[in-house]
Design a protein around this ligand. Structure first.
Ligand SMILES: *[C@@H]1O[C@H](CO)[C@@H](O)[C@H](O)[C@H]1NC(C)=O
Ligand SMILES: *[C@@H]1O[C@H](CO)[C@@H](O)[C@H](O)[C@H]1NC(C)=O
Length: 307
């Protein structure tokens, strides 16, 4: 009896290891995505990186068939003549796709997840992008494009973007550990992992159908009030200034959330913006979707935008 009890109790005691595919538009070898990959792995998640072989910034929701490498992957991270889709031989969870962010996200969800896990991922993390994605930038952003593709495949997806990083090779994380780009990569990675922890440990761990979340981080390190990741506060926002339908009512806002541009750009504060977008139109989602996301992320500790 005792043994039986222990055996049946075991699955409850073992923490469920959740599965994350991470993609971006800056390419598989930029510092920011590798810092994020390591941070999520260190937090106990199973992570597969599937990202473009090259910088594909600004390619939105474009898609094409991947082709063999006619030039090296970014930062010489693979050789000319390498296959259209490849991986790091010492760590096969690091994958590139020589196509667009949408194609890399799809490869991660449709091919790599079944191969490694025999299942879909629990979440797709897109980014953090090198640079912000505010307002109309969401239409051109490959970071947003990859997240929208995942949502359309039925996988919850969150896009992250931050201003302080630079487009540098992952090798600089080790070779230049105190550079601004390295420090920002680690700070944004840590904030993103906190966000992911909150999302995946919520009872639903899901998003309203056909929506994504878009998070933008403030610049760090160059202002005394926003120097460390601990200074960053989360604000619920909308992406576009023009309002077609009322937003949810919080913070006495009369049905209009602050825009992410005003929140992230507010130098007197240190705010990260959190917006809910339709995965098809890339416009702000309605207030029902906003309310559902607020409920899911409640324990993140949102603040009202004070300015
Ligand atoms: C990446 O591509 C974007 C868009 O073409 C460009 O603006 C940016 O300078 C590129 N970055 C690097 C490091 O190549
Ligand atoms: C491949 O993985 C190994 C071990 O993690 C690492 O040392 C190497 O830099 C990686 N190369 C690329 C291109 O990812």
């Amino acid at each position: 009896m005792r043994v039986q009890y222990l055996l049946s109790a075991l699955p409850l005691l073992a923490p469920k290891s959740q599965k994350i595919v991470i993609s971006n538009d800056d390419g598989w070898a930029v510092a920011q995505i590798r810092a994020q990959f390591d941070s999520l792995k260190d937090a106990g998640y199973e992570v597969i990186l599937s990202a473009p072989a090259q910088n594909q910034s600004g390619t939105g929701s474009r898609s094409k068939t991947a082709t063999d490498m006619r030039e090296p992957c970014e930062y010489e991270s693979c050789r000319v003549g390498s296959p259209a889709v490849g991986f790091n031989e010492t760590d096969p969870r690091l994958n590139y796709v020589n196509a667009y962010p949408v194609d890399a996200a799809r490869h991660g969800i449709q091919t790599l997840s079944p191969k490694f896990w025999s299942s879909k991922p629990d979440l797709l993390v897109s980014g953090p992008n090198v640079g912000r994605n505010l307002n109309v930038q969401v239409f051109f952003s490959g970071t947003i494009g990859a997240a929208c593709e995942a949502a359309q495949q039925g996988v919850p997806a969150i896009a992250f973007s931050g201003q302080s990083t630079e487009h540098v090779s992952y090798t600089t994380l080790a070779s230049d550990p105190t550079s601004e780009a390295t420090l920002a990569a680690h700070a944004y990675a840590s904030l993103t992992t906190t966000f992911v922890n909150t999302f995946l440990s919520s009872p639903s761990a899901s998003l309203p159908p056909n929506t994504i979340i878009s998070v933008n981080y403030p610049p760090l390190h160059n202002r005394s009030n926003c120097a460390r990741k601990e200074d960053v506060k989360w604000v619920f926002t909308r992406t576009f200034p023009t309002i077609w339908r009322a937003d949810m009512d919080i913070c006495g806002n009369n049905g209009k959330l602050p825009t992410e541009s005003e929140v992230v750009g507010y130098d007197e504060g240190c705010y990260a913006s959190v917006s809910v977008l339709s995965a098809t139109s890339k416009m702000d989602a309605g207030k029902e979707a906003q309310q559902e996301v607020l409920k899911t992320l409640g324990s993140l500790g949102f603040v009202c935008f004070a300015h």
